[in-house]
Design a protein around this ligand. Structure first.
Ligand SMILES: Cc1cc2nc3c(=O)[nH]c(=O)nc-3n(C[C@H](O)[C@H](O)[C@H](O)COP(=O)(O)OP(=O)(O)OC[C@H]3O[C@@H](n4cnc5c(N)ncnc54)[C@H](O)[C@@H]3O)c2cc1C
Length: 401
C-alpha cells in the first residue's frame, strides 16, 4: 500500500488527464497543470488510437466516451503508385479509432472535471524543488504547488525530463514535417479504410471523412526541424504550393491537394522521436507519455502508449509501499515494451523519408514487405493485443503486464 496521497501532473494533453484520473482511482489526489491558457479546441488534427490504447482507457472509464467521438478504421491499405495491397489485420481485435485531437482533449478534460480532478490552465512549469517530505513545482506565473509526487506528462519537449536529468537527450527530428486537411475530393475506397500511400516524392495517408470529403495527412521530407510556431508563421498558401508540387504526380494525392483549401491546412510541425532515456525518474519526479517515450507518429502508438503508461504508473504508485519502488517497478514494466514499438516505428520512418533510389525499389519490395516483414501477429500483435489488468496488484519483483 502506498504512502503517496497527492500528485502534481504537469501537462494536460493526453497522458496528463489520464494519469490524473488513474491516480484518483488509486486513491491519490491529483491536479493537472497545463501551460496553454485553454483547451486546444479545433487545433491539432487527428490521431488514431490503437485497440491497446482504447483498452487502457477502460481503466479510467474513458473508453466509451472516446469511442463515441471516433471514426473506426476497419481496413488498412498500403499503396505504391497504383498498386494497392491490404495490410494484414489481426483476428478478433477491435478497429483503430481515429479521433480529433481537440475532441479527445475535450472528452478527457470533461471526464476529469466530472470526477473532481482540477485542471489549471495557463500554468507553465519552470522548476521543481524536492524536500524531505514532498516536491514543490514552480510556474512561470510565479505560483507554486506542493505534493508528494510530480508526474511529467509534458510531451516531447518536456521540462520535467530536464529537471530529472539535465543531460537527458532531447527529441530527434525524423526529417519529416506534418500537415493535415480535409479535401473536397471523394476517394474511391470504402468508408473505414485508411490508405498509407508512398507517392513519387513523399509519403501521405488518407481516409474518407464521415460526412463527406477525404481527410489526408502528409509527412513532407524537410532538411531542418521547424517548430509548430515557425511552421504556422509560414503562410498556408506557401505550404500548399510545396505540398501540391510534392504530390503533383500522385493519384489520388494530386486531387486531394488540389481540392483542399490552404485556409484549412493544419501544420503540425516537425515530427520527432525520443531516443531511449537512461532516467525516467529521479526522487519524486517521473515521466509518462511522449516526455519519456515518443515513438514517432509512424507507429500509430504514441497516444496509446502514453495512455498505457499513465495507467501503469498509477497502478505502481497504488500498490508499492514507497515512491522509489513504485518508480522502479514502473520503469521495469514499461521500458521494454515502448522501446520495441519505437524500434518498429523507426524502421517505418526510414521508408517514409526514403531517397529516390529506395523509393524506386518500393513497388518491387511491396509484396515481400507485406508477406514477410508484416506478419501481423509478430509485428503488431504484441502491441495491439496488450490489455492492462487494472485490478491485478503490482509487485516489486519481475513484472510482465
Ligand atoms: C502529426 C502527428 C500525428 C500523430 N498521430 C498519431 C496517431 O495516429 N496515433 C497515436 O497514437 N499517436 C499519434 N501521434 C503521437 C501523439 O500525438 C502523442 O504520442 C501524444 O500526444 C502524447 O501525449 P502526451 O500527453 O504525452 O503529450 P502531449 O499530447 O504533447 O501533451 C503534453 C502537454 O503538456 C503541456 N506542456 C508542455 N510543457 C509544459 C510545461 N512546462 N508546463 C505545463 N504544461 C506543459 C503541453 O502544452 C501539452 O498540452 C501523432 C503525433 C503527431 C505530431
Amino acid at each position: 500500500m502506498t504512502t503517496v496521497r497527492t500528485a502534481i501532473v504537469i501537462g494536460g494533453g493526453i497522458a496528463g488527464p489520464v494519469a490524473a484520473l488513474a491516480l484518483r482511482r488509486a486513491g491519490i489526489t491529483a491536479t493537472v497543470y497545463e501551460a496553454y491558457p485553454s483547451t486546444t479546441d479545433g487545433v491539432g488534427g487527428a490521431l488514431a488510437l490503437a485497440p491497446n490504447g482504447i483498452a487502457a482507457l477502460r481503466a479510467v472509464a474513458a473508453d466509451q466516451a472516446v469511442t463515441a467521438i471516433a471514426t473506426p478504421i476497419h481496413r488498412t491499405v498500403m499503396a505504391v503508385g497504383h498498386r494497392r495491397v491490404d495490410l494484414p489485420a489481426l483476428e478478433g481485435v477491435p478497429p483503430l479509432r481515429v479521433v480529433h485531437r481537440s475532441q479527445l482533449h475535450r472528452v478527457l478534460h470533461d471526464l476529469a472535471a466530472a470526477e473532481g480532478v482540477p485542471v489549471e490552465h495557463g500554468r507553465r512549469l519552470v522548476d521543481a524543488q524536492e524536500t524531505e517530505v514532498g516536491i514543490t513545482a514552480r510556474f512561470a506565473d510565479g505560483g507554486t504547488a506542493t505534493a508528494d509526487v510530480l508526474v511529467g506528462a509534458d510531451g516531447v519537449h518536456s521540462t520535467v525530463r530536464t529537471l530529472i536529468d539535465p543531460d537527458a537527450p532531447g527529441p530527434q527530428f525524423t526529417g519529416l514535417l506534418g500537415f493535415e486537411a480535409v479535401a473536397r475530393h471523394e476517394v474511391d475506397v470504402a468508408p473505414g479504410t485508411m490508405t498509407f500511400a508512398f507517392g513519387r516524392r513523399g509519403y501521405y495517408l488518407y481516409w474518407p471523412e464521415p460526412g463527406g470529403g477525404t481527410r489526408w495527412g502528409v509527412n513532407l521530407p524537410q532538411a531542418r526541424p521547424l517548430g509548430l510556431r515557425e511552421a504556422r508563421a509560414v503562410p498556408p498558401a506557401h505550404w500548399m504550393r510545396i505540398l501540391r508540387a510534392a504530390h503533383a504526380d500522385d493519384d489520388p494525392g494530386r486531387d486531394l491537394l488540389l481540392t483542399s483549401s490552404a485556409d484549412e491546412l493544419q501544420a503540425v510541425g516537425s515530427l520527432h522521436i525520443m531516443p531511449p532515456l537512461r532516467h525516467w525518474h529521479r526522487g519524486r519526479m517521473v515521466l509518462v507519455g511522449d516526455a519519456a517515450h515518443a515513438p514517432s507518429n509512424s507507429s500509430g502508438q504514441g497516444a496509446s502508449l502514453a495512455i498505457e503508461s499513465a495507467v501503469q504508473l498509477a497502478r505502481c504508485l497504488r500498490d508499492l509501499p514507497d515512491v522509489r519502488s513504485a518508480y522502479a517497478a514502473f520503469d521495469r514494466l514499461r521500458r521494454d515494451r515502448v522501446e520495441k514499438v519505437a524500434a518498429r516505428a523507426a524502421r517505418i520512418n526510414q521508408t517514409k523519408a526514403a531517397g529516390p533510389v529506395a523509393r524506386a525499389l518500393l513497388p518491387v519490395m511491396m509484396p515481400l514487405l507485406v508477406k514477410t516483414a508484416m506478419n501481423p501477429e509478430k509485428t503488431i500483435g504484441p502491441e495491439q493485443r496488450y490489455v492492462i489488468d487494472w485490478g491485478a496488484p503490482v509487485t516489486a519483483g519481475r513484472i510482465d503486464r
